[in-house]
Design a protein around this ligand. Structure first.
Ligand code: GAL
Length: 994
């Protein structure tokens, strides 16, 4: 086969000879010969442009009990100009892989080249708009365009593969190659897909290739039966069963819970582990949306309980949750369907806090599966008649998974969204025969929107848990002693039974009923906030908690040997300490008779090591400081970690003093645009819109792909120019403003539903024979994604689509345009190709620290505003002097009540820059975002900061920001250590700037 004209040799690779560190069978992945549950969270390095914080997020994911992270890489950010691949500084991947390794996290690398991901162009760089090929097809011009990126990024990923001592264990070629338009008849094209796979294979990727079908279609599954000539090593798909509309955060539609995925898997890819490569962890939110807290509620702890456990009921062993940390669409990297925040309502917030309850719930679920090796080979039983099976109760659905000895039962309401509490009994098939539970009287109860995993004949380090209806958080074995931690929902009756252990004795708390049935010791209890501890001889301690208390418990792997490092490994995992702590635990290390913990506190917190501390503990440290502690006879350690509230002072932006400069000099009569790009191309390669103007006015035809665009149309008047018809396009929520010379014509304010707009505007009176220039300022909200194969949606042009000047031929108007200075030869290599747009202040680099602001006019800042339509740029500098050892969220917060005096909402657009990084695009009249977090490392918390604000008022009377403040959130006393700041190259006078 030879496609793509690269002269690429496609070898008949066999995975067996490529490597033997990552293998798989029909049940699970193996790493170094050991079965692993790949439990992963999605997290994109490019959405947190502070490499100094990457480990922070990895540790927060590791602390969930996950052992994996899936990461997209964004082509548009590393090849801003064709042939010019550059992944340095904040775009370098090596530090990301190193941080993963340090935390003990395996990586699933997803370099695309198409990624979707709510990024501009779905990851396609803007210059691809000039490529006439059908994207994501076998057309050679498309394939060639991907080659430089794929080979360059592959080499970086290849070095980080586990075979080279790195964290990468899986690579995903393409993304959701699943939906094609009807007239693209080659779909699904094995030749194309094979080409993409070969691109990776030919560039030293040796780990298994895994797919991500947008729904379980079985495309390129290895089978059996193998249905396509091309195949991946491991087949996977994604699923977002509650969709992306967070308007009704408590409404779960009937039938949204998938029930046939297990069957589909058996029919499509029975030789590979059941894999969900993206499962809903939150939702994106559009301009004009409702904000991410609603999404965090819709996709909250109840969702995790019911939907994740349901996923597991299909025998899942490769699982990735999208997003686990969303981050920020800083610097124009997002697609037009979203705003600056990409918080996603994920378990870790955009500000990297772990305070959402869903974080704690996710930790409970992951720890259970990670501590259940029998899970990895358990086989999902037919669940077609799950309703009433095992319980005889039609309101309850149970799916069983059978291992050799251990059995698992996933229980939920048959009407999965029911809000009822249902009482029921369940009959477990156990090694002691069928046992109907509870045996000691009463009944089990299932609350609304809950789901549980019950176990039978479950191995707790040699003790046999005959059954349990209390859910398992974790268990460990320390010498001869086992510790098991179970939990239940509020006020539930639960029961568990053990064989092969000593006699039970309640050593803490009250209300545990003990009985002996079927040769087993049975415990029954109703879960409450009161902790109970039951010891079985010297063999076992069972901690009985309610769910809210269980949230405070943590298990962090101990560091292993030099080969397996901090990666989860059964041997070490089953002996890691179980620790009750507070807000966050990051690392745990046992060093002879010392125990070292690092973690974060948001309050003074009792610490309790319920197992795994050295028998005669000599020293306990928390974040490097000694803690006074007590150790009980059976080794339990108690101590208190003290939170010290720091004094934090944040500058007052109202009184700080600003400098300002006009950022729309284009409309003044003496402005010269001789250095601007002539829009003189008489053709375009754009395949989705034909030109309706004599020359192309599509910005990407002239290498401008990001941020604001400015057009200047020159003509000589004949006096007939009463109107101009103008059609522009900038993507959802964009806007435009028009001037004739220095006279304002009109604006389009924008709304989330308009990607383009056309109108005929009345022009001021012109004088025949005089020269005029039309200036059109257009917002570009990012380039569209290209989800459908066979249709180049990403080519939706930006800029002026069409115009008609009364009394003229179109060719009478000579257009020039600009976006960011020098387009694809972008000025700021450190902050990348998308960070700055085409505003005058940006072209001059005035958003960068060290800009020559002393000569500018003094001002009260964006709250002073401007009294006519136009663009002002404000800047200020200040020092921050935050105490070290704290993680302090710091955000810009807008509130606008004071300007909203008229009936209508004033239209204005603001961009925020911190030390040169654009960290906010605020559209007051569309919303919803009005709080913009900026991470430390972009801020200098112990040093000087430069803040720039652009204000574009679209209203004829101008506009001002109602109120702009800096707001610090609750300081978390952090064990993370100092944050290395991202590069912040300073302003230099720019050659050829205009
Ligand atoms: C998936 C896609 C991701 C992302 C997600 C929604 O279908 O693979 O890239 O776009 O949807 O957030």
């Amino acid at each position: 086969m030879s496609i793509g004209g690269q002269g690429m040799k496609v070898k008949p690779y066999k995975r067996e000879v490529l490597q033997d560190l990552v293998t798989w069978d029909e049940h699970s992945l193996f790493v170094r010969g050991e079965r692993v549950l790949f439990y992963s969270g999605e997290y994109h390095p490019f959405r947190l442009p502070v490499p100094g914080l990457w480990l922070d997020v990895f540790q927060k994911i590791k602390a969930l009990g996950y052992n994996g992270v899936s990461a997209y890489f964004d082509w548009a950010l590393v090849e801003g100009k064709p042939g010019d691949f550059s992944a340095e500084g904040i775009f370098a991947l090596e530090p990301f892989f190193e941080a993963a390794q340090t935390a003990g996290i395996y990586i699933l690398a997803r370099p695309g080249p198409y990624i979707n991901a709510e990024v501009s162009g779905g990851g396609f760089p803007g210059w691809l708009q000039r490529n006439p090929a059908l994207y994501r097809t076998r057309e050679p011009e498309y394939l060639e365009a991907t080659q430089n990126y794929v080979s360059s990024i592959s080499k970086i990923i290849a070095k980080a593969q586990i075979t080279n001592g790195g964290p990468v264990v899986l690579v995903q070629p393409e993304n959701e190659y699943t939906v094609a338009t009807e007239d693209y008849t080659l779909f699904p094209d094995s030749e194309y897909f094979q080409y993409v796979e070969d691109q990776y294979r030919n560039n030293s990727i040796v780990v298994p290739l895994i797919s991500n079908d947008a729904s379980p279609q079985g495309y390129f599954a290895p089978g059996p039966p193998q249905r396509y000539a091309a195949k991946v090593d491991i087949y996977g798909h994604d699923g977002y069963p509650l969709g992306f509309d967070c308007a009704n955060p408590y409404s779960w539609p009937d039938d949204a819970l998938p029930t046939n995925w297990g069957d589909l898997h058996q029919n499509q890819s029975s030789s590979t582990p059941y894999s969900i490569i993206e499962f809903q962890g939150g939702a994106f939110d559009p301009w004009g949306g409702l904000g991410f807290e609603q999404c965090a509620t819709l996709l909250g702890p109840e969702f995790e309980r019911v939907f994740y456990k349901n996923d597991f009921s299909f025998g899942l062993t490769i699982f990735n949750i999208y997003m686990t940390y969303g981050g920020t669409n800083w610097g124009n990297l997002g697609h037009p369907g979203g705003y600056t925040s990409y918080d996603y309502g994920a378990v870790i917030t955009e500000e990297r806090t772990v305070e959402r309850e869903k974080y704690s719930e996710a930790k409970l679920i992951a720890n259970f599966f990670q501590s259940s090796p029998a899970w990895l080979t358990a086989i999902a039983q037919n669940n077609s008649n799950a309703n009433s099976s095992y319980t005889g109760n039609g309101a309850i659905a149970t799916t069983a998974l059978f291992g050799n000895v251990t059995k698992f039962f996933v229980v939920r309401h048959s009407a999965y969204n029911s809000l009822d509490t249902t009482d029921y009994h369940i009959t477990f098939p156990t090694s002691k025969g069928n046992i109907t539970v509870p045996q000691l009287g009463g009944s089990l109860s299932l609350h609304g929107r809950d789901s549980k995993v019950f176990v039978t004949d479950y191995d707790v380090g040699g003790a046999n848990l005959l059954y349990s209806t209390a859910e398992i958080f974790t268990w460990k074995k320390y010498g001869n002693k086992r510790v098991l931690v179970v939990y239940g929902g509020p006020g539930e009756t639960n029961e568990l039974a053990f064989t092969r252990v000593g006699r039970p004795r309640t050593v803490e708390g009250r209300g545990v009923n003990v009985g002996y049935k079927n040769g087993a010791a049975v415990l029954q209890f109703s879960t409450s906030s009161q902790r109970r501890i039951v010891e079985f001889g010297n063999d076992l301690a069972v901690y009985i908690l309610d769910r809210n208390s269980a949230y405070n418990y943590w298990v962090i792997d101990l560091p292993n040997d030099s080969v397996t490092k901090n990666y989860t490994n059964q041997k070490h995992f089953t002996s890691a300490p179980i620790i009750k702590a507070g807000y966050l635990l990051r690392t745990v290390e046992v060093e002879r008779d010392c125990l070292h913990l690092t973690g974060d506190l948001n309050a003074t917190t009792p610490i309790e090591v319920i197992g795994g501390a050295p028998q005669r503990l000599r020293q306990l440290t928390f974040n490097g400081k000694d803690l006074r502690f007590r150790q009980s006879r059976d080794g339990v350690v108690t101590a208190t970690a003290t939170y010290n509230k720091p004094q934090i002072s944040v500058p007052d932006l109202k009184t700080i003093g600003w400098k300002t400069i006009d950022s729309l000099p284009e409309i003044s009569s003496n402005y010269s645009d001789t250095l601007w790009t002539d829009a003189d191309l008489t053709y375009t390669n754009n395949t989705i819109r034909n030109l309706t103007t004599p020359t192309s006015l599509y910005s990407s035809d002239y290498a401008y792909h990001t941020g604001n665009l400015i057009y200047r149309g020159h003509f000589t008047a004949n006096g007939q120019e009463s109107t101009i018809f103008l059609q522009t396009q900038g993507g959802s929520a964009y806007g435009h403003s028009i001037w004739l010379n220095d006279q304002f014509v009109d604006s389009f304010y924008g709304a989330d539903k308009y990607e383009n707009w056309n109108a005929t505007y009345t022009l001021p009176k012109t004088t025949a024979g005089k020269k005029y220039v039309l200036t059109v300022l257009i917002d570009n909200m990012g380039l569209s994604e290209s989800y459908d194969v066979g249709r180049n949606d990403m080519q939706a042009p930006r800029g002026v689509l069409d115009f008609n000047l009364a009394g003229h031929n179109k060719s009478d108007v000579k257009w020039k345009l600009t976006g960011n200075l020098h387009g694809e030869d972008y000025e700021d290599r450190a902050r990348g190709p998308l960070n700055e747009g085409g505003l005058y202040a940006e072209r001059q680099g005035y958003h960068l620290p060290g800009a020559p602001i002393s000569s500018w006019k003094s001002s009260k800042g964006p709250e002073e505003g401007i009294d006519k339509p136009g663009v002002a740029f404000y800047a200020t500098t200040f020092d921050l002097n935050f105490p070290q050892g704290y993680d302090i969220p710091l955000s810009f917060s807008f509130s606008n009540s004071s300007t909203n005096t008229s009936e209508t909402t004033p239209a204005y657009r603001v961009q925020l820059y911190v030390n040169g990084y654009q960290f906010g695009k605020y559209v007051y009249n569309i919303g919803p975002q009005d709080v913009f977090p900026v991470p430390e490392g972009i801020w200098n918390y112990q040093g000087s900061n430069y803040v720039g604000v652009s204000l574009w008022s679209l209203e004829k009377n101008g506009g001002k920001v109602g109120s702009l403040e800096l707001v610090a959130g609750l300081p978390v006393q952090s064990g993370y250590g100092a944050v290395v700041a991202s590069p912040q190259p300073k302003w230099k006078k720019r050659e050829g700037a205009y």
